[in-house]
Design a protein around this ligand. Structure first.
Ligand SMILES: [Fe+2]
Length: 310
C-alpha cells in the first residue's frame, strides 16, 4: 500500500512538473512581433464565402505565471480546432484585459509571445487593465487601434472600447453609424470588454444600472445584432434580451474566483457562421495540473464547504 501511494505521488509530481514546462519555456523565449488590429483587418478583406468560424476569448491577463500557464493550455487546444477541416477558422478575438493588471511593458511583451503561438491572427480589444500606467500607448504600439469595425464575408464586426463602462455620445453616434452600415450584411457582432448587463447574480459589476447600457441594448435590438461578446468577468455566461444574445467570455487565463458550476472555468468559444445561421460552442479547458493543485482545487473546496454550512 505504501509503495502504491509512493507511485501515485510520483506520477502526480511528474505531472505537476510537466505542466509547468510550457510557461517556463515562454519566459525564456525571445520576444515576438505581431500584427496590429489594422493589419489583421486588412488581410481579412480577401476572405470570400459565407461559411466560416472564429474564436472568442477574453481576459488572458498576460504577465502573471498562473494566467500565462493557463492561456498556453488554451492556445494548445485552439490550435487543434481545424483538425477536421470542416470550416475555415478565420481569426480569433481577445475581448480585452490582454495584460495582467497594469498594462506594463512586460505584460505586453509576454502577450505578443503568446498571441504569436495562435495559428490565426488575433484581434485584441482594450480592457480596463490594459491602459494603466502608460499602457494605452503600449496598446497602440503593439496592437494598434482600440475601436474599429470591419466586414468579414457575410458578417460585420464592431469593436468598442468601453473599459470605463459608459459609452460617450460620440461612441454611441459612431456605433449607430456602423450598425447602419452593417445592415448590408447578414450578421452583426459587437465586441467589447464590459457587457451591457450583468448576467450573473453574484457579480460585483452592474453595468445595467447606468444609462448607456439601456441605450446600447435598444440599438442592438433595433439593428438586430446577432451576438454581443464581452469579457471582464472571469467566467462564461449567456443570456438573450430583445432577440440579441449577450455573452460573457472572460475565462481566457486569469484565475477565476467564481464557482465552476456557475461558469467560473477556463474556456474559449468557437463561433460558426453557416450562411444564414450562427451558433457557438464553449470549449472548457481543465487548468494546468500545477495550477489545479495550487488554486482551482481549493477554490472549489471552499465553495463546497460554504454550500454545506451556509
Ligand atoms: Fe479581467
Amino acid at each position: 500500500m505504501k509503495l502504491f501511494s509512493k507511485i501515485i505521488g510520483l506520477i502526480i509530481l511528474i505531472g505537476v512538473i510537466c505542466s509547468l514546462l510550457p510557461v517556463a519555456g515562454l519566459y525564456l523565449q525571445k520576444d515576438a512581433a505581431g500584427p496590429t488590429n489594422e493589419q489583421i483587418i486588412n488581410k481579412l478583406k480577401d476572405n470570400k464565402g459565407s461559411y466560416f468560424s472564429f474564436i472568442v476569448f477574453g481576459d488572458n491577463h498576460a504577465g502573471f505565471i498562473f494566467d500565462d500557464s493557463a492561456f498556453l493550455k488554451l492556445i494548445h487546444r485552439m490550435n487543434r480546432e481545424n483538425r477536421f477541416r470542416k470550416l475555415n477558422m478565420d481569426f480569433a478575438v481577445n475581448l480585452g484585459d490582454v495584460s495582467f493588471i497594469k498594462g506594463t511593458e512586460w505584460d505586453y511583451r509576454v502577450y505578443n509571445r503568446l498571441r504569436a503561438k495562435i495559428k490565426w491572427p488575433v484581434i485584441s480589444l482594450m480592457g480596463n487593465h490594459d491602459d494603466d500606467k502608460g499602457g494605452e500607448s503600449r496598446f497602440k504600439k503593439y496592437l494598434g487601434k482600440k475601436e474599429f469595425a470591419f466586414a468579414q464575408r457575410n458578417s460585420y464586426f464592431i469593436a468598442l472600447d468601453n473599459k470605463i463602462n459608459a459609452l460617450s455620445e460620440e461612441q454611441c453616434a459612431w456605433l449607430e453609424a456602423e450598425l447602419k452600415k452593417s445592415l448590408a450584411f447578414k450578421h452583426r457582432f459587437v465586441l467589447m470588454h464590459k457587457q451591457a448587463l450583468s448576467l450573473y447574480q453574484q457579480s460585483w459589476f452592474r453595468p445595467e444600472l447606468v444609462k448607456w447600457s439601456y441605450r446600447f441594448m435598444k440599438l442592438c435590438e433595433e439593428y438586430k445584432v446577432d451576438i454581443v461578446f464581452a469579457g471582464h468577468e472571469h467566467m462564461f455566461r449567456e443570456g438573450a434580451y430583445g432577440g440579441v444574445r449577450y455573452i460573457i467570455s472572460g475565462g481566457g487565463g486569469m484565475l477565476s474566483q467564481i464557482p465552476e458550476a456557475d461558469g467560473g472555468y477556463l474556456h474559449y468559444l468557437v463561433v460558426r457562421v453557416y450562411g444564414d445561421y450562427v451558433d457557438f460552442e464553449v470549449r472548457k479547458v481543465f487548468p494546468p495540473l500545477w495550477e489545479y493543485f495550487t488554486y482551482y482545487m481549493w477554490k472549489e473546496l471552499l465553495y463546497f464547504v460554504k454550500d454545506i454550512f451556509f
